[in-house]
Design a protein around this ligand. Structure first.
Ligand code: SF4
Length: 490
């Protein structure tokens, strides 16, 4: 068994981080730099995986960079050297190796991109809605569906090769209101443009009241294999209070129609904090939802846009909204209840049976590219974030005349990417893998977290986060008060 030098390695790593990222100018002195480099090399050199030739070349690059006072060059060598050491360190620690390889495999399988299509049409606007959606007529809907196809083709013209795609998501709005032939047309165009994997998850959002057995079968035939159903509540009084078009009975009818059409991968959206909701009615909703044949449940807390009709009514003193403390207690109760029913919390608002987390959502939280199409859609291609125009006439005119509908675009700088990694990744129950961050970024997690140590310690003392050398995550209480913690990273 080769010697385990992990302690020595860790000490050197911390020291070098401080020297390079803590702004200590001493590291620019050739003697000091070589000493540090050699110390790091010594910590691992007796390992059978050491490639002395590569190591010596790195040392000469390092020394040349130091001679030229080239901080960026020296950092680059350091990062490469650190990755070699880290790799060997993990090879020497079977437990960590297994864990790390799991993450690597996970990330590898997740490198396929996703596509998002925004379908902004709804039968009626709900009283709390803050999404880009509106009622529609058939002519507008047909024109829009054709415009989305045109946007896809415009996008394809800029591609040099077909990126792999393992998730296609139709969100809205209520995509389940438009004819299946439009959905099929978009999916087929995706298959022509991208390398759509055989197991691609193709999700369609819809609402109870918009589902029939015939329509469900048509969507299934079009290629949809997952449905997200906006149930929100199993209380008719609560549904009425927010202007939903369906009743609790229709949720069950929709599920039966979806099952009849062969759908076995279904999500139910629920809302906590609805008018007239109390502990008893929420528990009844949860029991009903957990008893349904679904693999995934999302629980969102009602957030009121001040311009929404419900916010205006609430400002006038009615309808009755449950208090914040009650909502907080019910949220914590929800986590325990759903876990007891085999639905594990993998994100602040999302629960799934094993292996059924939403691919589309995971891409967003793990910063994996998602190409957005349609009105107001947002995209991330791994380097740039960009958003389409959000006015339908403008959107249609642009793509119909062969122009891009992109309204604004910005390159994600290294610092922003790090912020996003923590801001988005901390929403996941698994939290942020600090070793992955060190692998992925030039400015490793240790440097990024350096100025935030005190705040993190405060959060840890308050029981909001759990932190160790390799992982940072929110506790259950932290998930409830996530905004307080996540603010630290923006
Ligand atoms: S169904 Fe969804 S998108 Fe449509 S109005 Fe209601 S909340 Fe908004």
């Amino acid at each position: 068994m080769p010697p385990d030098n992990s302690d020595a390695f860790n000490k050197i790593k911390v020291k070098l981080y401080r020297e390079i990222y803590g702004g200590n100018k001493d590291f620019l002195l050739p003697g000091r730099a070589s000493k540090s480099f050699n110390a790091m090399r010594a910590a691992t050199r007796r390992r059978p995986f050491e490639n002395h030739h590569a190591s010596n070349s790195l040392l000469s690059y390092w020394q040349a960079a130091i001679r030229q006072k080239d901080r960026a060059g020296a950092e680059n060598v350091f990062v490469r050297r650190y990755n070699i050491c880290k790799y060997m360190h993990l090879r020497m620690n079977p437990e960590k190796t297994t864990d790390d390889n799991k993450n690597r495999r996970g990330r590898k399988t997740e490198t396929a991109a996703g596509c998002y299509f925004h379908i902004p049409f709804c039968a009626r606007k709900c009283a709390y809605c803050q999404f880009l959606s509106f009622t529609f007529d058939e002519k507008t809907e047909t024109r829009y569906a054709n415009a989305v196809l045109m946007e896809l083709r415009l996008f394809a013209e800029r591609l040099s090769s077909a990126p792999p795609v393992d998730s296609i998501y139709f969100g809205g709005g209520t995509p389940g209101l438009i004819p299946a032939e439009h959905i099929a047309g978009i999916i087929n165009e995706c298959r022509r443009i991208f390398h759509v994997t055989a197991d691609c998850e193709i999700t369609l959002e819809t609402n109870p009241g918009a589902v029939s057995l015939e329509k469900a079968a048509d969507y299934r035939a079009a290629g949809v294999n997952r449905v997200s159903l906006g149930a929100q509540s199993f209380s008719d009084a609560e549904l009425r209070a927010v202007g939903r078009i369906h009743s609790a009975a229709q949720i069950m009818e929709s599920l039966a129609a979806l099952a009849g059409a062969g759908f076995d991968n279904i999500n139910l959206d629920l809302m906590l904090g609805l008018p007239f909701q109390n502990a008893e009615s929420w528990r009844a909703t949860l029991r009903a939802a957990a008893g349904c044949p679904v693999r995934h449940i999302s629980v969102y807390m009602l957030e009121l846009d001040e311009r929404s009709p419900l916010a205006v009514q609430t400002a006038g003193g009615k309808p009755f909204l449950p208090g914040e403390d009650l909502v907080a207690d019910l949220y914590l109760e929800t986590i325990n209840y759903l876990v007891s029913r085999g639905l594990y919390q993998y994100e602040i608002s999302n629960f799934a049976r094993t292996g059924s987390s939403s691919r589309h959502n995971m891409k967003y939280w793990r910063r994996i590219p998602v190409y957005g199409f349609g009105l107001g859609s947002h995209s991330f291609d791994g380097r740039f974030r960009y958003a389409n125009v959000s006015e339908i006439e403008n959107y249609c005119r642009r793509v119909e005349s062969g122009r891009s509908p992109v309204d604004r675009s910005s390159e994600v700088a290294e610092k922003q990417a790090l912020e996003e990694t923590f801001f988005l990744g901390l929403r996941l129950a698994a939290g942020v893998d600090l070793r992955e961050v060190a692998d992925d970024f030039k400015d490793p997690a240790a440097g990024f977290l350096a100025g935030r140590e005190k705040a993190l310690e405060d959060f840890r003392e308050k029981g909001l986060i759990d932190i160790n050398s390799s992982r940072l995550r929110l506790t259950e209480k932290g998930m409830l008060l996530s905004n307080e913690v996540l603010e630290l990273f923006i």
